[in-house]
Design a protein around this ligand. Structure first.
Ligand SMILES: *[C@@H]1O[C@H](CO)[C@@H](O)[C@H](O)[C@H]1NC(C)=O
Ligand SMILES: *[C@@H]1O[C@H](CO)[C@@H](O)[C@H](O)[C@H]1NC(C)=O
Ligand SMILES: *[C@@H]1O[C@H](CO)[C@@H](O)[C@H](O)[C@H]1NC(C)=O
Length: 364
């Protein structure tokens, strides 16, 4: 095994470099940076567990937190790395009644499984925004009463960053309901209308800084691949699923452009997560990953290591030793190592329209 250390050096050093790049020089904000996040499991930092008591077990959390925090990953999510780039605390789930007064640098409304439609079902984007509106009025009430001067005040809400990362479940659910590609594509404008409505509702409340993530390559998820074994592209991903994701993204990009002209004093940044993640899969060796279409934690072994009856953390699952060599943690969600690369790419501004730095909102 003389070549083993050499092999490690070759494959791990670019990854380590990227891990370091993910939080290079911590930015200096003039004021305390405040972030509100809305979305699904890609950015849920414990909302499902707090809200519904639904268990998320180890090995989730094993690499960074050393316990399960309710995040569906072995460690930090992209949103966590983004928070750390600002030297701010990780976002507590809004539904976490034990978070105490930790809502001083924002709150996370994202919950596993959320979509934009149907609109009045917990925890759709619309419900998450309604929860935010309650959070805001209650916080300002307490602030005015003087009970907690550490709470976010009106300026804090106005200068905050509002992140939205949703749409993956809307598209996935459509395919799961056996809709044809044509039917799935027809639904796309209805999804982006909901995202626009959310931005507008937050804008009407005084929000001016928005950060919108588009959706990733759904057709590269081991869970999807284990069900649909046809229609694969050159990297082994399901073409029709990725085409739907790309059309959703194109529509979201168009809607973002329109919103910029309608809300002129707002900054609305659109981030191309699809390109970041697709590059990660296509060029995985460059980033230190192997088997980008196989889950680290799951069941069944190659090619996808995913079985719906033995999912990660549920009885019968198996887990890999080196999560840092995998892109996919559980067949749906990314590993901490992959999330770190995604975050460093987001922070590079190369995937943002307009190309502003992530900390743009905290310099005012
Ligand atoms: C980061 O935060 C810590 C504690 O909150 C503080 O001691 C440190 O000075 C901060 N660093 C920067 C670069 O702002
Ligand atoms: C899905 O749709 C196809 C074609 O419309 C049909 O042949 C198939 O039986 C459907 N499958 C399920 C599970 O409904
Ligand atoms: C893979 O990397 C090459 C070189 O950086 C780049 O040109 C290409 O677009 C990448 N592939 C994908 C699918 O992003």
């Amino acid at each position: 095994m003389a070549s083993f250390p050499h092999f490690l050096a070759l494959t791990l050093s670019p990854l380590l470099l990227l891990l370091l790049m993910a939080h290079p020089v911590v930015s200096q904000c003039k004021n305390r940076p405040i972030i509100f996040n809305f979305g699904d499991s890609n950015s849920d930092t414990g909302g499902l567990v707090a809200g519904l008591g639904f268990p998320v077990n180890l090995p989730n959390g094993r690499s960074f937190f050393r316990r399960s925090t309710g995040r569906l990953s072995d460690g930090r999510l992209t949103i966590d790395f983004l928070c750390q780039s600002l030297n701010t605390s990780l976002l507590s789930p809004y539904l976490d009644s034990l978070a105490g007064t930790k809502f001083t640098s924002g709150a996370n409304f994202a919950v596993v499984g959320s979509s934009t439609l149907p609109k009045y079902v917990p925890f759709s984007l619309n419900i998450q925004v309604m929860q935010f509106l309650h959070f805001k009025s209650r916080t300002l009430e307490l602030f005015t009463a003087g009970s907690e001067q550490n709470l976010i005040n009106d300026d804090g809400f106005g200068n905050a960053l509002y992140i939205i990362d949703i749409g993956q479940n809307d598209i996935a659910d459509s395919f799961a309901k056996n809709m044809s590609s044509v039917q799935v594509l027809k639904r796309i404008p209805l999804i982006t209308i909901e995202i626009k409505a959310a931005v507008k509702a937050l804008y009407d409340q005084g929000g001016r800084n928005f950060w919108l993530h588009n959706t990733g390559p759904l057709g590269c998820l081991p869970q999807k691949l284990s069900l649909v074994k046809k229609d694969l592209d050159q990297y082994g991903c399901i073409s029709s699923y990725n085409d739907a994701a790309k059309l959703f993204n194109e529509e979201l990009r168009r809607v973002s452009l329109k919103m910029r002209s309608e809300m002129k004093d707002a900054k609305i940044v659109y981030v191309d997560i699809f390109s970041i993640k697709y590059d990660l899969i296509a060029n995985h060796t460059k980033y230190g990953f192997s088997s980008p279409l196989m889950a680290c934690c799951g069941y069944g072994g190659p090619p996808y290591n995913y079985n719906i009856h033995f999912t990660c953390g549920q009885p019968g699952y198996q887990v890999c030793d080196e999560g840092s060599r995998f892109v996919s943690w559980d067949g749906i969600h990314y590993t901490e190592a992959a999330n770190s690369v995604v975050a460093s790419k987001i922070l590079s501004t190369a995937y943002s329209t307009p190309r502003v730095k992530f900390d743009f909102f905290c310099s005012s």
